[in-house]
Design a protein around this ligand. Structure first.
Ligand code: NAD
Length: 371
């Protein structure tokens, strides 16, 4: 028995360590607590720019390996997101193995808070899929190393408006490139998904005078925005194929794939959904078609920029935080310029942009300032 266990251990160790070596990860922590049933993974990718920050996801993973892989992949994504957004934070992620509908408890989140506290600020957590601000309150009872918090606890509160605002700034940069105008007045936009972010995207675009087509599998959400913002309802399944200037995915990932690409009629793809490209080659295909792609992790960074404003600044300030979110326009413009100069897709330009910033800061940190 012991032999089998140690053999498994060696196999797993070599697999994850080689993956971590390939993408230059720093740490992987596995947290286990019998009393509360907590089983969680904390992955730290890169802390060159600052503490590793990334939300806490709760999900019914089929295997432990699946959870570890997810934590590692998402942590690396956070490194790139903060680096490209000009924020001085590194990339990390926490995943809890469990059903968020039935397995949450105060004890479970407080136990996680204690594990996070032991890391002494190396990792800071926040809300993600399957967790809420309420859960963050329990974690906060055990540690101060947490970013997403309700306003009454000194945090920024809900972040989806800031995410939506950032998406519209990124979209504007893409529209400028594709259509030669910064104004979104009269620009035809198809918004897929009218949840926390999509609703606000529609609201902001309506204020800017865009012509709106909307689709969601939830009919009540569609009716609400049709009535309030005069949007036109279209089928959520075929919304990507509408004759519009901008396709704005705010629901699911992998919406840019072999099937949808050939049906696109838009000049720009710019939305909040994470992982919009099913595979990287779909980003190459958009580039070849001359469709400007507002790289997902660049233009949906508004919420994370907003709720980390209070770190190292003496407290959250709305004007300053939204000012930082507005800069997504400039970042997206820089990526479009890199993409044109090097003739590479914008998603590759984004990775390059983030890697360059980390490298520059690493070099600057190597300088001694005192003897
Ligand atoms: P949400 O769950 O509030 O909304 C998602 C909406 O998409 C729901 O209204 C749902 O009914 C709809 N939907 C689901 N399947 C659909 C389909 N096949 N066609 C059309 N609509 C469909 O989520 P959210 O917080 O608004 O986030 C939307 C996307 O943006 C997600 O991919 C999320 O990861 C990403 N994102 C969100 C934030 C944020 O601040 N909330 C930040 C960065 C990225």
């Amino acid at each position: 028995m012991e032999k089998t266990l140690s053999k498994q251990g060696v196999q797993m160790e070599s697999r994850f360590l080689s993956y971590m070596e390939k993408y230059d990860y720093e740490n992987l922590f596995i947290c286990q607590d019998n009393a509360t049933g907590l089983k969680a993974i904390i992955a730290i990718h890169d802390t060159t720019l600052g503490s590793a920050v990334g939300g806490c996801r709760m999900w019914t993973y089929n295997t432990e390996n699946e959870a570890i892989e997810d934590a590692l992949r998402l942590a690396r994504g956070m490194t790139y997101k903060y680096a490209a957004a000009g924020v001085n934070l590194g990339g990390g992620k926490c995943v809890i193995i469990g059903d968020p509908k039935t397995q949450k408890s105060e004890g479970l989140f407080r136990a996680l808070g204690r594990f996070i506290d032991r890391l002494g600020g190396l990792y800071m957590t926040g809300e993600d899929v399957g967790t809420t601000l309420r859960d963050m309150e329990y974690i906060r009872m055990e540690t101060e190393h947490i970013v997403t918090l309700p306003k009454e606890l000194g945090g920024a509160g809900p972040i989806s408006y800031a995410t939506a605002f950032g998406v519209v700034q990124g979209m504007r940069a893409c529209v400028k490139e594709a259509m030669g105008t910064e104004s979104l007045q009269g620009v035809r936009v198809a918004v897929q998904g009218l949840g926390s972010v999509g609703y606000h995207v529609v609201e902001i675009l309506h204020e800017e005078g865009a012509e709106l087509l909307v689709g969601d599998i939830d009919q009540a959400k569609v009716e609400a925005v049709v009535e309030k913002f005069g949007a036109r309802a279209v089928s959520p399944e075929t919304i990507h194929a509408e004759d519009v200037d901008v396709y704005c995915p705010c629901a699911l990932g992998a919406v840019i794939n072999d099937n949808t690409i050939e049906q696109l009629k838009c000049k720009v793809v710019a939305g909040s959904a994470n992982n919009q490209l099913k595979e990287e080659r779909h980003g190459d295909m958009l580039h070849e078609l001359g469709i400007v792609y507002g790289t997902d992790y660049i233009i949906n960074a508004g919420g994370t920029v907003y709720d980390t404003d209070r770190l190292n600044t003496g407290g959250f300030n709305y004007e300053r935080a939204m000012g930082k979110v507005t800069r997504i326009y400039e970042t997206m413009t820089s990526l479009i310029n890199i993409s044109k100069e090097k003739n590479i897709p914008t998603y590759k330009a984004a990775d390059l942009f983030a890697e360059q910033r980390i490298e520059e800061v690493k070099n600057a940190k190597a300088l001694r300032t005192r003897i």
